[in-house]
Design a protein around this ligand. Structure first.
Ligand SMILES: [Zn+2]
Length: 154
C-alpha cells in the first residue's frame, strides 16, 4: 500500500497508536492476553489508520463503563480487521461493553479503513476491504502498477 510505504506517515501512525494504547489500562498486555501483540507492552491495533478515530471513540466510551461498573478485570485482547470488518476481542466485559463493540463494528462497515471517509465493503482480488471510492481506485492503480512491474521483470 502506498500510504504505509511512506516513512513519515508510518512514523506518525506508530506514534499515534502508541499514544492511544498508553491512555487506557485495559489495553495493557498481561499474562491473560491470549495473543500478545505489543507496542511497549500495550496492545497494537491490526487495522489501517482510517479506523483509529472510531477506536478512540470506542475506548473512551468503554472507559466510562469500566469506571461506572467497576470492571477491574476488563481487558481488550485483540483489535483487528477480518473479512473487511472490525473485530474487537475482550475478556471480562459486560453487556454494555458488548453493545459498544457492536456499534463500533457496525460503524466500521461504512467507514473507509484507510482514510476514515464514508465507505463500503468491496471484494477485490480475493480480499474484502471496507473503503471509499477514492482509496479503492488508488489501490487498484497500485495493484495494476505491481502487475506491470512483474511483467517488466519477465
Ligand atoms: Zn478512503
Amino acid at each position: 500500500m502506498i500510504r504505509f510505504e511512506d516513512k513519515k506517515n508510518a512514523d506518525e501512525s506508530r506514534k499515534r497508536r502508541a499514544e492511544i494504547a498508553s491512555k487506557y489500562d485495559f489495553l495493557k498486555v498481561t499474562k491473560k492476553t491470549i495473543r500478545p501483540n505489543t507496542i511497549d507492552e500495550r496492545l497494537s491495533f491490526e487495522v489501517e489508520d482510517g479506523w483509529l478515530p472510531l477506536l478512540e471513540d470506542l475506548f473512551e466510551k468503554m472507559a466510562t463503563v469500566v469506571k461506572r461498573d467497576n470492571l477491574a478485570e476488563f481487558q481488550i485482547v485483540q483489535v483487528k480487521e477480518k473479512f473487511g470488518g472490525l473485530r474487537v476481542y475482550i475478556h471480562n466485559g459486560n453487556k454494555d461493553i458488548n453493545d459498544l463493540i457492536s456499534a463500533a463494528e457496525a460503524k466500521a462497515w461504512v467507514t473507509c479503513e484507510y482514510c476514515g471517509e464514508p465507505g463500503e465493503c468491496h471484494s477485490f482480488g480475493g480480499w474484502y476491504i471496507t473503503e471509499c471510492d477514492v482509496c479503492l481506485m488508488i489501490r487498484k492503480l497500485d495493484d495494476n502498477a505491481r502487475v506491470w512491474g512483474d511483467l517488466d521483470d519477465v
